[in-house]
Structure formats: C-alpha cells, structure tokens
Design a protein around this ligand. Structure first.
Ligand code: PLP
Length: 461
C-alpha cells in the first residue's frame, strides 16, 4: 500500500481485536526473577501470594511459559466499550517539526479514567469477581488507577477501597469525586485506619504520603478483611500481561498497512504501558524474527532505570509486600517536592528490568520543563491534551524525529500516548507561570534511598 494511503487514524474492526494477551516472559531466555518472601528470602509460593492476590492473577503472575492467554469473553465485551484504541499517524506533528520521520502514536486516553489503566483494572476486577470475593483494595497516586479500578468494580458490582496519596487527595478533589461517582470509597493515605498508616504518621507527622505508603495500607486492609484481595495497577507481571492488548492492537493495525516501526517509545513509571506496548514487538526481537529499538523514558527526578540499582527491594514503604528484583532507587526514595510530572514510583517492573539489564531496551531520563514544552507543542498540533506522564514519551519521540531531520533518515517512530491531562492542570499552570523547576537528585540524595535496600547474600553484597 502506498505511503499516502495511510489514514490519520487506524481503527481495527471489532473482529480484528486481539482475543489473547501475549506473555513476553515466555520468549525471554532470562526470566524475570521471582518475588521473594521478605522473611524467608524464598520465592513466594502460589499459596502465599494467594493471601494477597486473586487466585487466577497469581497464576498469571507466576506463568513464565505460556505465550498466549485467552481473554475471557466478559473482558472482551468490556474492552469493546472503549477499544480498539486508535493508532494515529501524527501527520500534523511531523509537518510542524519538518521531519522526514513518520510518527505514530497509540492513544489510550479514550475512556473516563483517562489512561491505559482500565485495560488491567477490568481484568483484575473480573478475576476477583469470579473468585467470589466481596471487594478489592488498592492505592492510587495521581488517581488514574483508582478511577480505572472503580469503573471496573462498579461494572462488576464489587466493592472498591482506594487509598489515595494524601497530597493528591487534596490537590485533585475532582479525581476523588469521579471515583466516588463509581461507588469507590477513597481514603487519604497515610490514614489512621491501618496499623502501618498510624506507624508512618507517628514517624513522619504531617507527611503528605507516597505511593509506597498507600500500597502498604491497601495490602494491610486486604489481608485483614474477609473476602478482600489487593490489586495493583502497574509493576507486576500480570499487569504487563493485560496491557499487552495495547501492543497487540498496535501491531495488528501496523501489519495491516505494512508499517514497521524502527523505534518504539514509552514513558516508564512502573512499566506497565511500556511493557504492554512493546510486548509483541519485543517477542519478535527475542525470537530473532525482527529488530526494533525500544526506549523507556523516565523523569530525571525519579530515574529508576537510568540511575537505579538492579537488586531485590521492597515494593512499598511499609515493607509489607514481597521483594521484587528490579531497577530501584530504594523504597524510601521520594521524588523532590517540585516534581509534578507523575511517574514517581521508586522501582520498575521486573520483566522490563530484566530486559533492560540484558540489553534489549534503552532508557533515558528527561527533565520536567522539557516534558511540558513537548506536551504543549503536541497539544497545539495534534489536538489532544496529554497527561504529563505520556508527555515523557512525546518528548523522546520529538527528539528522535528531530534527529531524523538532521540526518535525513525516514525512520518510523511509534510511541504510547497513555492518557489525557485534564486533571493535571495545576502542573500545567506551574509550567505556564514559569514556576516549574527541574531538580535532578544528586548522588547523595540517591544514596539515602539505596541505603534502605535490604542487604543479604547475593543482593548488593
Ligand atoms: C499510570 C500512568 C502511567 C505510568 O504507569 P506505567 O505503569 O509505567 O505505565 C503513564 N501514563 C498515564 C497516563 C498513567 O496514568
């Protein structure tokens, strides 16, 4: 098909939508390291994980072998309400940049949660319901995950308890109300409701909370309440599996038009959208069938891949969760207070960490003022107001397209546009007022986080 036939937006027919998730671990020679029990330092068994997570999700978490996992019909039906997500050819951005590069983005912001997170929320809620549970608990930072989960739970009539990082709870009252509209209960974290919350409050009075702390609270409530389990919106293998629907759709759409991306770019917080977007392409690379460049983009103020260490660490501040082997800044790391661009988790998905460690993926960090410049540039030509998180990928895509302008190369770039930024207008306001600053942590700042990583034989020793 000739170049000028490629439409601005490529949508799949319902019948072309993927019916299976792709599990990239099946094609990895070095599997991601297992979660460890922090007490015994032994791999978490199916049984142990089952006290925290839903049964079927534990199976998916531990499954390093099956490449394809069937998507249950009920989830497929739910996906059809807001999927397929469009694959957009960014003709307007290309023209503005005067680049010979061809830029595509996969837009995941077409649902009320405003992000890709709904793809995993509906799957996790579905398996909880199938198991006969009463409800689920979770944490949320900026609020997209909590919103996505409350939407999925209300659809399936499950109770949903969200622990929301206190500063977001106060700064984003509208997010909170969206969650309550969908029937979720929303508690600012740290709270007095949990033992770990009370402990953190006693140690750090006046703290405005962190994701790691909210996770500890949500896990405590799930494990102490009959009929409840904990669900997590990123980082875990199961979440990357569900998010593979992004990459599968993108690949089917690109194959349909004979498009092969040279570079695939995604922002990286816990790694779920990036992992999902690249999965089927990474599978080809791992099997030696095709080659792609993959670029993870993270904030310079929370640089887990580019400046973190590859080690077993706690997933949460309260140290109640299993240990995960990942690139980490230490579970005590909290990005500087001026950081407004999201992607503030201290660690990174074990699967992506392993792939990065083995040289299959690149990573770079970008400063937030440059991210918001890219966000604004994109909004003005492509019409979509991007989430700050997504704008990390936009920034890297623009940089790559500008490199093509210098060299004259007509590379094809695909990036993940994970969501919209309507609830991030305080951050945009700071940027517009010239009040946004960049803070790059010093080695000394990072050292404090690294010092909190558990030491045991084979881990940082
Ligand atoms: C949560 C979120 C991210 C980052 O999470 P990952 O798990 O790294 O994908 C990126 N973009 C948006 C819009 C989000 O809501």
């Amino acid at each position: 098909m000739s170049e000028n036939k490629i439409p601005y937006k490529i949508y799949l027919e319902e019948s072309e939508m993927p019916k299976e998730w792709y599990n990239v671990r099946a094609d990895m020679k070095n599997k991601p390291a297992p979660l460890l029990n922090p007490g015994t330092l032994q791999p978490m068994s199916e049984e142990e994980l089952g006290t925290v997570f839903c049964k079927e999700l534990v199976k998916q978490e531990l499954d390093n072998d099956n490449p394809f996992i069937e998507i249950p019909q009920k989830i497929l039906d739910f996906y059809k309400m807001y999927r397929p997500a469009p694959l957009v050819r960014a003709y307007c951005l290309e023209e503005k940049l005067k680049t010979p590069a061809k830029i595509y983005y996969k837009f995941e912001g077409n649902n009320t949660s405003g992000s890709h997170k709904l793809n995993s929320a509906i799957a996790q809620a579905y398996y909880a319901k199938e198991q006969g549970l009463k409800g689920v608990t979770t944490e949320t930072g900026a609020g997209q995950w909590g919103t996505a989960l409350s939407m999925a739970c209300s659809y399936l009539e499950l109770d949903c308890k969200v622990y929301m990082v206190k500063c977001s709870y106060e700064q984003k009252p509208f997010r909170r109300e969206v969650m309550r509209t969908y029937g979720a209960s929303v508690t600012p974290s740290p709270s007095e409701e949990t033992e770990v919350g009370r402990k953190i409050l006693a140690e750090h009075p006046g703290t405005t909370g962190s994701l790691g702390c909210a996770i500890s609270e949500a896990v405590e409530v799930a494990t102490h309440t009959e009929g409840y389990r904990y669900v997590l919106g990123s980082v875990l293998n199961q979440v990357l599996l569900h998010q593979s629907v992004i990459g599968m759709e993108a690949k089917i759409a690109m194959d349909k038009y004979g498009i092969k991306p040279d570079i695939i770019i995604g922002c990286a917080g816990g790694g779920s959208n990036l992992g999902g977007l690249i999965s089927p392409f990474m599978g080809e690379k791992l099997r030696g069938e095709a080659d792609y460049r993959f670029i993870a983009v993270e904030p310079a103020s929370c640089p887990s891949l580019t400046r973190g260490v590859f080690a077993y660490d706690f997933c949460d501040t309260g140290m109640v969760c299993p240990l995960a082997k990942m690139y980490t800044l230490g579970s005590g790391f909290i990005p500087s207070a001026n950081h407004a661009g999201g992607l503030r988790y201290h660690g990174m998905s074990s699967t992506l960490s392993q792939l990065y460690h083995d040289g299959y993926m690149e990573a770079r960090s970008v400063e937030q003022t440059a991210v918001f410049e890219a966000a604004e540039q994109f909004a003005r030509v492509e019409g979509i107001l991007p989430a700050p998180e997504s704008s990390h990928a936009i920034k890297a895509a623009i940089d790559e397209a500008l490199k093509c302008k210098e060299t004259g190369e007509e590379k094809t770039i695909l990036f993940g546009l994970t969501g919209t930024g309507y609830f991030d207008m305080m951050a945009y306001e700071k940027f517009h007022d010239g009040a946004m600053t960049d803070y790059i942590p010093t080695d000394d700042d990072l050292k404090a986080g690294f010092d909190g990583i558990p030491r045991f034989p084979g881990n940082l020793e």
